[in-house]
Design a protein around this ligand. Structure first.
Ligand code: MG
Length: 157
């Protein structure tokens, strides 16, 4: 087995979509990013790359190139999934923490789990998504940013 950790943070600004684990969530602000800014998919991808000791997503998807402008971050997860299977691993389980002041994510959580399970070709019971606020503290607490931490366990096939 191999274990990996990933984290990501994005500023939240007006005029951008709030996309979290592939779910487009109604919000007056969204992630500022070169890609679609899906902060869960970024942290998750980094966790899988970390478990494989294959670097980070910035190595494969630099924000300096035009090709990745507004890209669907699901494509990053698909890319990382292919790396994982090439190396002979599958998902054991995934645990994700989202820290966001608002909106509440409770109604979107199951859809997020489904999206992740589908991308990683694993069952729903292997995917955990949790969400909480920063209790009004700091930039996240003031609604200026969203942060995600992800941890994955991979099993050798
Ligand atoms: Mg990111």
């Amino acid at each position: 087995m191999r274990i990996g950790i990933g984290s990501d943070i994005h500023r939240l600004v007006a005029g951008r979509k709030l996309i979290i684990a592939g779910v487009d969530i109604p919000s007056p602000v969204g992630e500022l990013a070169h890609s679609d800014g899906d902060v869960v998919y970024h942290a998750l991808s980094d966790a899988i790359l970390g478990a494989l000791a294959l670097g980070d997503i910035g190595l494969y998807f630099p924000d300096s190139i035009e090709d990745t402008l507004n890209m669907d971050s699901g494509d990053i997860v698909r890319f990382v999934y292919d790396k994982m299977t090439e190396k002979g691993y599958r998902i054991g389980n995934v645990d994700i923490n989202i820290t966001l002041e608002q909106p509440k994510l409770k109604n979107y959580r199951e859809k997020m789990r489904k999206n992740i399970a589908q991308l990683l070709n694993t069952s729903l019971e292997n995917i955990s998504v949790k969400a909480g606020t920063n209790e009004g503290l700091g930039d996240i607490g003031h609604g200026l940013a969203i942060k995600v931490d992800a941890i994955v366990l991979l099993e050798e096939i």
